[in-house]
Design a protein around this ligand. Structure first.
Ligand code: SF4
Length: 359
């Protein structure tokens, strides 16, 4: 049987979620943090630090598949500024958290939401909608804003002392920072938000391109899309390491169906070509990707410029390895382009229209 707790908390690792847990722990109640992970957010490497610094037990709840499916079908409550479907994201997490209450013997859920703090998911009406649609009206407590919200059954029954909760509202961070420093003496103050790439402009074009080119992308595709330099030639997708750590990451992420490029006699980047629904690559594309990969290996480029001799690039694909001799070049017969951010608006529009028709 799993260890039992009084409450489960949505724990992104941002300051608000940590403070919400502390307020409940202060009342002698035990709390387990649920840290949701997906290709777009998740910091499982911090679990030990959170335990040590803030005294919080945490488990990972991986929602990757459901999350990607929601992104593909279009979040019913729309996206935020970029590709962040905050309202539907919160609903999904709360539903999942509710389904885990029995396992951990929990009597209620908590979240670190602060009314009015974020434009999309923390307006009063959005918070109320999230609570209803996740079906957690009777079990969700938001300790940081509790005094500005209707008392919950947990407060009414006396399980939680309402007088010891907070009434923080708005975008100010001052009360949270004061609590962190003065009340709890945190030596390390986490950033306000949990760190989600969906809310970043730079990632949006990369993710949309995948959703356009693959009808059923694997969650790991979105992880690959966050590594290194990303280029596309129509339906053909190439990820190139820009430094050692990215090369290693791409090596780990490579699968047999991918095309994996590496300069043979010179250090340099590795590149990973991942087929999309358009199928296998032709010879011209493979050669062009090898030429591009070699063009980022500075020693290989110098060698070519000095001797005029081509550079060897190995290409692995479906357990076969071949070596191509290529001239390093950035402008290849195939036109590699970085995905553009201006894909975002038309993508959202198309999804909204599809959803309207569906209704
Ligand atoms: S920022 Fe990301 S993780 Fe946070 S609610 Fe929005 S979509 Fe979810």
């Amino acid at each position: 049987m799993a260890k039992q707790y009084d409450a489960l908390a949505l724990l992104s690792g941002g300051l608000d979620s940590i403070l919400a847990v502390k307020l409940i722990q202060d009342q002698g109640l035990t709390v387990l943090g649920l840290h949701f992970t997906s290709p777009f957010f998740g910091k499982t490497h911090k679990f030990d630090a959170w335990k040590e610094l803030y005294g919080i037990d945490v488990v990972e709840v991986n929602i990757s598949r459901d999350y990607v499916d929601m992104m593909l079908s279009g979040p019913p409550h729309n996206y935020g500024k970029w590709l962040n479907p905050c309202v539907d994201c919160k609903i999904m997490m709360l539903r999942k958290a509710k389904s885990l209450m029995e396992k951990y013997g929990a009597k209620f859920l908590i979240s670190g939401e602060v009314m009015g703090q974020r434009p999309m998911s923390q307006r009063r009406d959005a918070m109320s909608l999230i609570r209803k649609q996740a079906d957690v009206q009777d079990v969700l407590l938001r300790p940081l804003s509790a005094l500005k919200l209707e008392p919950t059954p947990m407060e009414e029954s006396g399980l939680v002392d309402r007088d010891r909760l907070m009434g923080i509202v708005g975008r100010t961070r001052k009360p949270q920072l004061e609590m962190a420093r003065e009340r709890y003496g945190f030596t390390e103050i986490p950033t306000p938000a949990g760190g989600c790439v969906l809310a970043e402009a730079s990632a949006a074009g990369r993710f949309i391109k995948i959703m356009q080119e693959k009808a059923a992308p694997h969650p790991m595709d979105f992880v690959v899309a966050q590594v290194g330099r990303q280029v596309w030639a129509d339906h053909r997708w190439l990820s190139m390491g820009r430094k050692q750590v990215e090369n290693k990451r791409l090596e780990k992420l490579a699968r047999s169906a991918d095309y994996f490029f590496k300069t043979v006699d010179f250090p340099g980047p590795v590149s990973l070509g991942r087929p999309t629904d358009a199928g296998e690559w032709d010879r011209e594309t493979i050669r062009a990707a090898a030429e591009l990969t070699a063009s980022y290996a500075s020693k290989a480029v110098k060698h070519f410029e000095a001797t005029g001799r081509p550079v060897k690039v190995s290409v692995s694909h479906r357990d076969e390895i071949v070596e191509l001799e290529v001239e390093p070049r950035r402008e290849t017969s195939v036109d590699w382009q970085e995905p553009k951010q201006d894909l975002v608006k038309p993508w959202k529009q198309a999804l909204a229209e599809a959803l309207e028709q569906h209704d």
